[in-house]
Write a protein that binds this ligand. Structure first.
Ligand code: HMG
Ligand code: MG
Length: 297
């Protein structure tokens, strides 16, 4: 049966946060504009985090003031604390995301606090955001493995996901930060989450370090998930997860969904153009096999 798949494009944030050289606001804006032209409707465009921690995301306020606004086009930004939320509000954002982890060591390295401290911070961010009202997305990182602690128990993932959902996050994005999952471990992790939350509240956020992200998407589809995060041209990684590569490429995800008869609302050739634009700006080859195949035609 044909289904509508929600794709959350995280390239301008997850993709570009890991670039060795900062990318100008002008180039980031050019990417967002092209993604919007391709029909992408959910774009995680920026991050209101400390520029000392992630200098690549400096300039996010200016970017968010300049992005094209259209009905049905939604932008989200990362906000780890109230300071980030206030900056996001001032820049006119309509959705924010808090980001926690299922692993203590990763939580400390990424946001400088324990899981329980992070949840207390997020509660304040979510309450303030919802007064506006802004929608809040919740991330759980390291759902299929941690770069510092190794394997992560599915029940730990489900516990953090449930807490974020109970605090008011409308959607929980499950991050395989270092791409260590396979369809089997993905299924076990999702089964634990689905015991406490419906599939409609969950999103798959799979990094493609070992080439298994698309296989994990298929396993998730089979369990009822219909929302997936991806990065144009397969850009990215996490500055606090050494060796992690980008998310599954958006071109691959769209190609897969269309070939299975599902709808994404995204125009694949225009999406490939958006990927070619950012790869030219960064001076590198695309990480998407679909983009390479379509470019040869
Ligand atoms: P901290 O040092 O504990 O914060 O960092 P603090 O409250 O003690 O403040 C220290 C300084 O940071 C102060 O400045 C604050 O003003 C400033 P100073 O007085 O020293 O000049 N500060 C801020 N500046 C701008 N915006 C803010 C902000 N907050 C404090 N929001 C903090 C704690 C959370 C801020 C820091 O650890 C941080 O920014 N971490 C971000 C890490 C990050 O962005 N990681 C990548 C994103 S997560 C990811 O990629 C995973 C994901 O994709 C899912 C997956 O794949 O798993 C989402
Ligand atoms: Mg990520």
């Amino acid at each position: 049966m044909s289904e509508t798949i929600k794709i959350v494009e995280v390239g301008p944030r997850d993709g570009l946060q890991n670039e060795p050289q900062p990318v100008s606001v002008e180039t980031r804006l050019g990417l967002v504009e092209r993604l919007a032209t391709a029909g992408v409707r959910h774009i995680e465009a920026a991050s209101f985090v400390s520029p000392k921690w992630v200098p690549q995301m400096a300039g996010s306020a200016e970017l968010m003031r300049r992005v094209p606004r259209q009905p049905g086009l939604h932008y989200s930004v990362l906000t780890p604390n109230l300071q980030g939320l206030e900056a996001a509000l001032a820049a006119g954002c309509d959705e924010v995301a808090v980001f926690g982890a299922a692993s203590e060591a990763f939580s400390q390295r990424n946001i400088n606090c324990s899981i329980s401290e992070s949840l207390a911070r997020f509660r304040a961010v979510i309450e303030r955001a919802r007064q506006h009202p802004l929608r809040v997305r919740g991330y759980v990182s390291c759902v299929l493995g941690c770069p510092y602690e190794g394997p992560v128990a599915p029940r730990q993932v489900a516990e953090v996901a449930l807490r974020l959902s109970e605090m008011g996050c409308h959607e929980i994005s499950l991050g395989d930060t270092i791409g260590r999952g396979n369809p089997d471990t993905t299924r076990r992790m999702l089964e634990a989450c689905l015991a406490v939350l419906p599939a409609s509240r969950l999103a798959g956020h799979y990094h493609d370090t070992y080439g298994l992200a698309l296989a994990n998407v298929v396993a998730s589809l089979e369990l009822g998930l219909r929302t997936f995060d991806s990065a144009i041209a397969g850009l990215g990684g996490c500055p606090y997860a050494a060796g992690a590569s980008g998310n599954v490429a958006t071109e691959e995800l769209v190609y897969l969904m269309h070939s299975l008869g599902h709808q994404t609302g995204i125009d694949l050739p225009k999406l490939v153009d958006a990927g070619a634009y950012i790869c030219a700006a960064l001076g590198r080859e695309t990480g998407s096999r679909v983009a390479r195949a379509l470019a040869r035609r």
